[in-house]
Design a protein around this ligand. Structure first.
Ligand SMILES: *Cc1c(COP(=O)(O)O)cnc(C)c1O
Length: 469
């Protein structure tokens, strides 16, 4: 009798054909502008959360359920999406993912999949070189910057403070991503050891203030151990003065960690590299390839200058792994990060880079910087709109007229279906936010987004004035 969990070649063929049709349809919709977020108002189909039946389902029916559920979800892959960090999700990465999942090799140990680990390692080494780190620098792909940052905090504690249980102070700003404070808490650092350094008028960490704070903590007998700079904050895309922070970290013997979750990819461009100057002095860097390298979600990278600091703070021995012959030239990823079981994320980085070539990525990122300039010019030219020049591709803007006017503007732009944007709070005030980061976003989408804002501003201001009267 045929064993149902192992499909026949014919069944594989029809599954692949159905999936291919799904993908082709989906891509055609997104390339045509994507409007899936407009379906968010449609009622949820019934039965979605029913328990699975004992009997087999119909693939076509099931894919139909997926199709509708995707259409009702926020359209993160649309070229009109400027919300949060838009994630394009390259198709070549998805193909790599299919292969990685079907073959399901274990890459936590260099000994169990030498070549696959060598391929991931090659990508990591290449990235480390792009960031100007020394050749012995190491790292691994992670689920994202949250887990990468946790490992960086632990490596920093190991190197500077001497290991678990030791306490010291670390330095962030109010615009540092909350994953840093979370990592510190998970690693056992009480909240009061996380020092919030003031920012300057451009919302960058104040380099003088951090130097003074570190000196004062030192003088008070505390143990400063970690300085965190951000290469592109989540809220405003601001780049901290990395070179100055690196110098302060070096002077006081602190570990210098750079959160390049969002901004890191721009290191592949001339302009980005200039803006991230100083990142080459980092002891550790996290970047999310699912942000500025267009890959699907949970493709993060942690890079560490000193491989021993990472390994010695993460390696664990297990008796049942004793048969593994360790090849010292290949990393054991299980010894460098949080995960023991791990997906082979390396392939969804390796295949797109080798298939498209690095120049394609540099050009796409350069294009995003150009589009970002165009968006800035467009927004600045709208009467009543206040905006600031972005460091990378995150834009914040507001209209005079208070909270109400800005909320109305947000709702009107999103209601137009021409662009999907979000808001944040800066200095306690609702501020609209747009980020150009989808590989599909082109000139016409930026132009239409600007037009959507321009068309919505007068009404938002009028309505807010009427409501206030
Ligand atoms: C997105 C982001 C993070 C968190 O990364 P995850 O991959 O979601 O864990 C950290 N820092 C910054 C600056 C980010 O933009």
């Amino acid at each position: 009798m045929h064993y149902p969990l192992e499909p026949t070649p014919g069944q594989v063929g029809s599954m692949m054909a159905a999936a291919e049709e799904f993908v082709a349809d989906f891509l055609a919709g997104e390339q045509a502008g994507g409007r899936a977020w407009m379906h968010a108002g449609m009622p949820r189909p019934t039965g979605l959360a029913d328990p699975p039946a004992e009997t087999p389902g119909e693939l076509d029916h099931l894919l139909g359920v997926v199709r509708s559920a995707v259409a009702r979800a926020d359209d993160t892959t649309s070229p009109r999406c400027f919300a949060y960090f838009p994630g394009g999700g390259l198709v070549s990465a998805a193909v790599a993912e299919l292969l990685a999942r079907v073959t399901n090799r274990y890459t936590g140990s260099g000994a169990m999949a030498e070549d696959l680990v060598a391929m991931e390692h090659g990508v990591i080494r290449w990235l480390a070189a792009e960031f100007g780190l020394p050749t012995e620098a190491t790292g691994l792909t992670t689920t994202g910057s949250s887990t990468g940052t946790l490992s960086a905090v632990v490596a920093a504690r190991h190197r500077v403070l001497g290991g678990p249980g030791r306490l010291g102070t670390l330095y962030v700003t109010e615009h540092t991503h909350h994953s840093v404070a979370k990592a510190a808490r998970l690693a056992g650092f009480p909240t009061e050891l996380v020092r919030t350094v003031p920012v300057d008028r451009q919302l960058r960490m104040d380099a003088r203030a951090v130097a003074e704070l570190v000196a004062a903590d030192h003088a008070a007998g505390r143990r400063p151990f970690l300085l965190v700079g951000t290469a592109g904050t989540t809220n405003t895309g601001t780049v901290d003065p990395l070179a100055e922070l690196a110098a302060t970290a070096r002077r006081w013997g602190l570990w210098f960690h750079v959160d390049a979750a969002y901004g890191g990819g721009f290191q592949l461009t001339e302009r980005g590299r200039r803006r991230l100057t100083g990142i080459e002095a980092a002891d550790s860097i996290v970047l999310d390839l699912h942000k500025s390298l267009f890959l699907p979600y949970t493709t993060g990278v942690l890079l560490v200058r000193d491989p021993l600091a990472l390994r010695d703070s993460h390696a664990a021995d297990a008796e049942y792994l004793q048969d593994l012959e360790l090849d010292e030239s290949l990393p054991n990823y299980a010894d460098l990060g949080v995960e023991l079981s791990r997906e082979y994320r390396g392939l969804r980085v390796w295949l797109p880079l080798h298939l498209h070539g690095v120049a394609a990525f540099r050009a796409a990122l350069d294009e995003k910087l150009d589009l970002s300039e165009a968006l800035h010019e467009g927004l600045s030219a709208i009467p009543g709109v206040e905006t600031t020049r972005p460091d990378l591709t995150v834009h914040t803007f507001r209209v005079a007229g208070g909270e109400d006017a800005n909320r109305r503007l947000l709702a009107a732009v999103n209601g137009s279906g021409r662009a999907r944007i979000t808001s944040t709070r800066i200095g306690g005030r609702t501020t609209l936010r747009m980020c150009v980061l989808n590989h599909r976003t082109r000139e016409q989408h930026v132009a239409e987004a600007v037009a959507a804002v321009r068309d919505a501003v007068p009404d938002a201001l009028r309505a807010a004035t009427r409501a206030a009267a």
